[in-house]
Each structure stands twice: as C-alpha cells, then as structure tokens.
Design a protein around this ligand. Structure first.
Ligand code: RUQ
Ligand code: CUA
Length: 621
C-alpha cells in the first residue's frame, strides 16, 4: 500500500509539474451541459427578481472580493479589501488610506462569513492577505471594510480565514516559516530560528476592531488549509501542514520526500486557558505559546503526504484531508481522536508535539477510481461530500459514511476549491455547488495568452450533478462562500442621525477654515454641485497656499437610493467616493502650486458633467 501510494504520488508529482496533463485528462471538454434550454431556464433570473444566493469569491492577488449572484452567476460588485481601487476611491480617503497603510496590494485567499451557532449570520465577512500578513473584516450592511490588522511574526497566512462556530476566533497559520518579526537569520538555522506561527484573531463588534488574542509558535513547517470544528468538535480546529521535511530550497522536490505529513488538531478552548494562566512569552508585542513546553492542546495526526485541504463535516463528527500528491481522501473521526488523546495512543512526538497513532484516528481512505489531485471537499447536508480533483479535472460526489463514489462530473478545468450553498455551516442547503476552476482555456472569448479563471455552477437537486452555468472571474477565486440572500440586510443610505463629527447637512453650514497652514473644508455634495463654503462668492472653489495641509470632509446630502458622488482632483492623484448620506475625508499636502479642476467622478445626474469646481494652489512667496 505504501509503495502504491509512493508510486502514484510520483506520477501525480510529475503531472503537477507539467501542463501537458491538462490535455491528457481534459479530452472531455464538450461535456459542459450549460448550453441546453432547460439549463438556461434554471439560471435565468428575470428582471424584477433577484438571485437566491450571494457568492463571495476571493479575488486572490487582486486583493479584492468579488460578489456574484447565484444562480445567474452575474458579477454584481467588487469590494476592494487589500488593494487600492480607484473606482471607489479606496486607498485615498482617510479611513481606507489609514487601513491600507504602507501596502498597495494584497493576496486574498479565503473569505469567511461570520457564524452564529454554526450558521452564517450574514453580518460580517472576514478575509486574510497572504501577500502582506493582514486580516480584514467587512460589514455586510454597507459592504465595506471596517478594519484591517497586520499580524506580526507571520509569513503569509494562507490557511485562513475560517471562523469558529460563534465567530469567537479566526485562525491565521503561516504558510512560510520565518524567524519572529521577519528578523534576519541564515537558512542554516532553519530548524532553530524559523517558526510557523499560528495566530488566533478576534473581532470586537462594538469597537469594530480586529486584534490578535495570542499566537502559537509551531515548528517551521508550511501550514496550508484549516477548518474549525462544529457541534461535538466545536472547541477544536484542524489544519494541514506540509514540508515537515523542513526543506529550505527546491521545495517542489525537497518538501515532498516523506510519505506522511500531518493534520494539526488543536483545542482552542484549551489554548485560551493556557494563555489566561500566563503560559506565554511576549514576542514583538504578542502573547506567544510554545506547544513543546505547554502540552495538552495540540496534536499531530499523520496523513498522506503533502495534504492541502481539510474540511469538517457539517455534523462536526469527521474531518476529511485531501492530499494533492495522494490519490485518496482520508476520513478521520473526531470521536476516535478524542479517545486516542484520552488513552494516550501516541506514535511518538515531533518537535515536542504528540503524534497520534494513525489507525486510532483514521476511519477510512477513499479512493475514487482514476481520480487524481483531491484538493477540497464541500458538503450538501444529505450525507454526501464533493471533492475537487485538480488533476483529473472533476468533482467527485461520495458518501461520507461508506466512502462509495456516487457521481462525478468533469469541469473545465482543474478546480481548486468548490463552494456549496451554505456549505461551511452545520446545515448546507444541498442545492448548488460551484467549481472554482483555475484554468479556463477555451471556455470564453479569447483575451490573449492569459485567460480569466472560470466558475461553473452545478445543480445538485437531480440524481446526477449537472453543470448549468459558467462565469469568468478575475484572478483568482481561491475560495468562495455562498449564503442565502435573505440573510443579508444592506442599508440603503447612511443614517443621517448617526453622530459623525465632520458631517454637514446644510449648504449654509459649509465652511473653509484655516489654522496656521492647515486648511479644513466642511463641504457637501448634492445633485449636481459641490458646496465647500456657502458664504463665498464661488462656493465650489477651494483656495489654498502651496505647502498647506488640506483636509476635506465631504458629506453626500442626497439621501436617495444609489446616488453616489465621486470627488477627484485633476492631476493631484486623488479620488474618493461618497455614498448617499456618507461623510468621507480626504487629506493631502498641496505641494504643487497651480490650478486643478475637481469633479464628481461618479455619474449621478443629468448635470453630472457640470458637477465640478477648482482647487487653486497659490504659489509660495
Ligand atoms: S488554496 S486551491 Cu489558496 Cu485555498 Cu486550495
Ligand atoms: Cu455627482 Cu456625478
């Protein structure tokens, strides 16, 4: 068996390294059934009606979040999260500029909806940034980012965000081992100086702030994907790890040597207690727990080599690991794991962390015939699991209890994740699953050598899985979550009565004041003009002196649905958006003397083209 897995792993490894494999495994390209008339009906959402689900798809290295409607698969909006976005002025107004800080890009991998009792509650959406080690929270009343937190001691939190069942925590384990604080250390000291830090991040709803509760200094391995437990396993979480070889170069070969890597199984309630008992050292301002010193919360479960995804079943009884270099999914039982921990069924230790005996935790290995490259598993709530097969380009449906393959559908091509309706909750809807395909190839009109990624909507309601729609998506939908649309309650306009110190609601209350070299503007935007100083002869002009610090507060006093104004300053590289009832602030130094038109960048009325004014910067001296 070991030999067989090794042989197949070799084959899979070869396949992963070559693109030729797609041609070999994807001669099924005409099986996309999305073109039939009955399927067109299933995805048709007539005017006046809305989609049944929101899909929040990660925008990968665009740093953004894409919102789609399901089943139409129409792209509705993009929320900028970790990158600047001139469409919304994100990164220029004071609040977003402060949140983005010194960074201009991000790599957003896994969105996570907030949960209550294991159900999506439709309130918040979390995401993490592999590129610059950040976590973000979006408010789903406004679909805007409320807070961004940079997490110290972390080298690419890929395996997040997955929230615990009452949104107590999201865990951010690191993908790249680094010395604490990105300090310099020779790679010869990898074993001693490098760490794979996992962070427990909390969200304070009242303060609308994210913070790190504690960190755990794990061995210098790569942590890949994680999932939180549910119901009987609600105090636990699991994550996959690879490069337990601790390779420091040529990872493709050197990180794939061992037949087994691990699932890290940890009890976050126990970790919480240890931290409360003072079992930590302070490292760069973080409470850091060393699991080799403080035992009893973290265990290793051996699993097939180089695992990628790990997913907890909706009833919380099992976790399923998928090995990208193994042909099998492995089903583990939480109950068996709890028993093995109680009975101390350990097969030794690794870096001071107890390793559980594989057979004492494993329930079954599932090997669908010729299925290669299992990555991620989703659920329908009816006892079935759906695993994406990256290399054989398909989704395999199988019975969780028996391991039996029930159905399979080819997708175009090479799916990474899949996203099922309400898929990460304790009660998935079982209606749809979307394959998030890494390669689109010949699916859409060609746009040159680089193509979009592709999402395929699969209907799960019939006996056979059926692809009923496909939609291109910008790079790169690592993961997506699909939530019932009626759970989300967006506001229509910002509340006028909400206390905001810098808002002005009357044209006559607008003002431009100077204190030293700081010029502060309290202005309004309305169809179709700006008023910065209601008492001035030219109300839509801002006069400053070269070198002044300029602070402009702008309130959109149009309290009508969807009347958004923009505010761009020509040649000053500044732009922001002000939504109905919203007050936004922009700050800059007027370091260029001259005459600069300012204008509304968002088409708002028949006289939108007239909605402009001037910034006059008088030269020094
Ligand atoms: S990963 S294709 Cu960034 Cu979630 Cu598995
Ligand atoms: Cu306001 Cu265009």
């Amino acid at each position: 068996m070991k030999k067989l897995i090794a042989a197949i792993s070799g084959l899979v490894l070869g396949a992963l390294a070559s693109t030729v494999i797609f041609a070999d495994f994807n001669d099924n390209k005409n099986t996309n059934q999305a073109g039939t008339a009955t399927n067109a009906q299933k995805v048709y959402v007539p005017f006046g009606q809305k989609d049944e689900y929101y899909l929040f798809a990660s925008g990968g290295h665009s740093g953004q979040m894409f919102i789609y409607g399901v089943p139409s698969m129409r792209h509705i909006r993009t929320i900028p999260v970790f990158s600047h976005d001139s469409a919304t002025g994100y990164g220029w107004d004071k609040h977003s500029k402060k949140m983005l800080g010194k960074y201009t890009w991000g790599d957003l991998h896994h969105p996570a909806l907030s949960e209550k009792g294991g159900e999506y509650d439709g309130k918040y959406l979390f995401a993490t940034d592999v590129g610059n080690n950040r976590a973000a929270v979006m408010d789903l009343k406004t679909f805007t980012v409320k807070d961004i937190l940079e997490v110290p001691n972390t080298g690419g939190p890929h395996c997040a965000a997955f929230v615990t069942q009452n949104t107590e925590y999201m865990f951010l384990p690191t993908r790249f081992a680094i010395p604490f604080g990105h300090k310099f250390a020779s790679l010869d000291d990898f074993k001693t100086k490098y760490k794979g830090v996992m962070s427990a991040v909390t969200f304070d709803e009242k303060k609308q702030k994210l913070s790190v509760a504690y960190q755990v200094a794990l061995p210098p391995w790569s942590f890949d994907l994680s999932d939180a437990g549910k119901k009987i396993s609600k105090d636990w979480a699991v994550m996959t790890t690879y490069n337990t070889e601790e390779a420091t170069t040529e990872m493709e070969i050197n990180a794939s040597q061992k037949d087994r890597d691990y699932i890290v199984l940890f009890n976050w309630k126990e970790l919480e207690k240890m931290i409360a008992d003072g079992k930590f050292d302070m490292v760069n301002g973080m409470k850091m727990l060393d699991p080799s010193k403080h035992k009893g919360a973290i265990y290793l479960v051996p699993t097939a080599k180089s695992p990628h995804g790990v997913d907890v079943t909706p009833d919380g009884t099992r976790f399923i690991a998928s090995g990208k270099l193994a042909p099998a999914m492995t089903v583990f039982s939480f109950e068996k794991a709890f028993r093995a921990i109680k009975d101390k069924k350990f097969a030794g230790e690794q870096e001071g962390i107890p390793v559980l005996d594989y057979d004492s935790v494993m329930e079954r290995e599932v090997n669908p015939e010729n299925a290669l490259g299992p990555l991620h598993t989703q659920f329908d709530g009816n006892g079935f699991a759906y695993t994406t097969m990256f290399i054989s380009s398909e989704i395999v449906k199988w019975n969780i209890k028996t391991g039996e393959t029930v159905d399979r559908v080819p997708v175009q091509y090479s799916p990474g994740h899949a996203s099922a309706a309400e898929g990460d909750t304790v009660s998935p809807d079982g209606k749809y699953i979307i394959a998030l395909n890494k390669i689109a190839k010949d699916t859409y009109l060609s746009v040159g050598p680089s193509h979009p990624e592709s999402m395929q909507l699969i209907d799960l309601s019939g006996k056979k899985m059926e692809i009923i729609q496909s939609a291109p998506v910008d790079p790169e939908p690592h993961y997506a979550q699909m939530i019932k649309a009626d759970k989300i309650k967006p506001i229509v306009v910002y509340d006028k009565d909400e206390k905001r110190p810098d808002s002005v609601w009357n044209q006559k209350d607008t003002s431009i004041t100077r204190k030293g070299n700081v010029v502060e503007v309290h202005g309004v935007a309305l169809r179709s003009k700006f008023i910065f100083d209601g008492k001035a002869a030219r109300k839509d002009v801002i006069n400053v002196k070269e070198g002044d610090k300029v602070v402009i507060h702008l309130t959109n006093i149009d309290l009508d649905q969807d009347i958004t104004h923009g505010f761009g300053i020509n040649s000053y590289d500044l732009n922001m958006e002000v939504q109905p009832g919203q007050t936004q602030t922009i700050e800059f130094t007027a370091n260029k003397a001259g005459t600069y038109p300012l204008y509304c960048t968002n088409f708002c009325s028949a006289l939108h083209q007239e909605m402009n004014g001037y910034l006059l910067v008088e030269p020094k001296g």
